[in-house]
Design a protein around this ligand. Sequence first.
Ligand code: GLY
Length: 372
Amino acid sequence: MAVVDLTLAQPTLRYQVRIEAGLLARLGPAVAEAAPHAKCAAILDEAIEADWGRPAARSLRDAGFDCAVASLAVSEKRKTLGTVRTFYEVLLEHRLERRSPVVSIGGGILGDMAGFAAATYLRGVPLVQAPTTLLAMVDASVGGKTGVNAPQGKNLLGSFHQPVLVAIDPDALTTLPARQVRCGLAECVKHAVIRDPELFSWIERRVDDVLALDSGALAELVERNVRIKAAVVQEDEREAGVRAHLNFGHTFAHAIEACNRFLGRPSLLHGEAVAAGMVAATRLAIDQRLCQDAGLLERLVRLLERIGLPTCLPAEPPMAALMTAMGHDKKVAGGAIRLVLPARMGEVVVTDQVDPVAIEQAWVDLAAPPGA
Ligand code: GLY
């Protein structure tokens, strides 16, 4: 068991990330301690409802909560205000009050939406994140970003709303589809490149154990990454500085996700788009002479390939649509696209000085398999 204490600048904002095998079945007492109240709502991802959601909801009831349960099939397409509205109906129907916690049990898309509902219902109620995917454990559940997509792009509507508790049960990873494990690993590789060369080497050494769902490897991977994410968020809760580094690969990735319909089937999932986006950003950094580590691109591509993540686009880049999507990115400042580019392993720079022609070339380069 590991506990990561997260303390933000405002002294009232302090919470724990608990990493504990079997925690979902004991969620009730943990939530009761973090957010005691007579009522709560559990919002479940249908995909994990039987294995993890129902036992967790039972534990909430056993701990004394009058618990409303909502469950839904989650997808990036359904990450909309319309879906959040259905959550509001549940909270209103169940007459949740200002101190009643909303508990999200599922992956990052669900956590972002449940978090947004918790941030806005009655102007904000306590939120508990109980992530069940690797991506949500190592990234989305920690740090308080909540929101939904707009037709123009990813996560354009949302708010910062820190949870009162993040309850991570690594056992939930034992039923996670392999594709989702790979997606979570993309964010771990991102953490390594932006901040932790030793983590990159660790993933190189242990990738096969992680893909084989070795419990020791998974627990260590989750803890190392949660510590990185928590440290970044503590330094910069509102993304005024160092938190922007977590967007390495994401400006390209969000454009890929916005243009998935042009790129054939199956659509790339977030982690897959991040993998391709990190390759594009790294190649661009080398082209722009911002990256001083000639071997970084090769090492990154090799590791992503071993994980089974895409390192190029599955189809010709729909250039106009991709550039338009990049222009809608949250990080656009004064009309310029802001990119996070690696300088060397463990260090990135943020720049809005890259010529759009060079960015278009990065898309062209991403269409071809590396080395082709
Ligand atoms: N997932 C990026 C962040 O939380 O800032």
